[in-house]
Design a protein around this ligand. Structure first.
Ligand SMILES: *[C@@H]1O[C@H](CO)[C@@H](O)[C@H](O)[C@H]1NC(C)=O
Ligand SMILES: *[C@@H]1O[C@H](CO)[C@@H](O)[C@H](O)[C@H]1NC(C)=O
Ligand SMILES: *[C@@H]1O[C@H](CO)[C@@H](O)[C@H](O)[C@H]1NC(C)=O
Ligand SMILES: [Zn+2]
Length: 227
């Protein structure tokens, strides 16, 4: 009896723990994250979508994001999805991906000196979507596209290997969620970062080949107009 209630207490503790060492039981991830759905996320981005139409999104509060230096509203729906890889380590668990999120945010804010983590959303090979700048904030992931696209980045280096199916499925569901919530034009165009910015290898050779088979991918260069 005592042992059982202790177990219940322990699992409640594990359930509430956010991103610092406790592995969340797989099946509980959805509930866990939805519990945090209404957490402040500097702009209330997550409150502007219907969670039921969306994949599990780990909010900024969940991964313990820093407050952005500044933010600019983005007019939605946007017409483009720009796909990236982070060109850094992969992550396969909630804890590791949260750590990666903080690492990437530090890198972008302290080294690149951007206002915040560059992308709108990131995806881990744990199959979860992580809130970057979110739905309604201009990004800094590809000039000219920053205020007319969702910048989605899969965490890892996909030059010679592909992300796992869970990550690919997560990209697809965040895109569907964006359309349902009128954040993305249903006739959106999908491009890889290298199609938006000259001389980039992003999203990695292997992943770039792969996205050419995805719906809405548009071939060719889409470099910003000169004027
Ligand atoms: C940006 O959007 C937020 C939330 O809709 C709004 O409160 C704020 O006034 C907007 N800021 C500007 C500069 O338009
Ligand atoms: C990504 O992987 C490729 C191929 O293994 C490698 O050449 C490249 O240096 C890696 N990128 C980084 C930033 O380590
Ligand atoms: C891209 O690389 C090519 C060849 O290295 C160079 O000629 C060109 O100026 C570069 N373009 C930009 C926009 O940097
Ligand atoms: Zn990129």
């Amino acid at each position: 009896m005592w042992k059982e209630s202790l177990l219940v207490v322990l699992s409640l503790v594990a359930f509430k723990e956010i991103c610092d060492g406790v592995h969340i039981i797989e099946g509980l991830q959805n509930d866990h994250v939805h519990n945090h759905w209404k957490n402040i996320d500097e702009g209330g981005s997550m409150n502007s979508v219907d969670a039921k139409a969306c994949p599990t999104i780990v909010t900024r509060a969940d991964w313990k994001a820093r407050t952005p230096r500044d933010r600019y509203n983005m007019t939605t729906p946007v017409p483009f999805v720009v796909l990236h890889h982070t060109d850094m380590a992969e992550c396969f668990t909630y804890d590791d991906c949260c750590k990666m999120m903080r690492y990437i945010q530090d890198f972008h804010m302290d080294f690149r000196e951007w206002d915040d983590i560059a992308y709108s959303f990131l995806v881990g090979e744990d199959g979860l979507v992580y809130e970057g700048r979110g739905w309604d904030t201009v990004g800094s992931h590809a000039p000219w596209y920053n205020f007319r696209s969702l910048g989605v980045s899969i965490m890892g280096n996909f030059t010679t290997k592909l992300p796992n199916q869970r990550a690919v499925d997560a990209v697809s569901s965040i895109i569907n969620c964006a359309i349902t919530n009128k954040k993305l034009d249903p006739d959106y165009v999908l491009i890889g970062h290298r199609q938006a910015t000259p001389n980039r290898t992003c999203p990695g050779e292997a992943l770039y080949k792969e996205i050419q088979t995805w719906p809405h991918w548009k071939p060719g260069d889409h470099f910003p107009p000169k004027h």
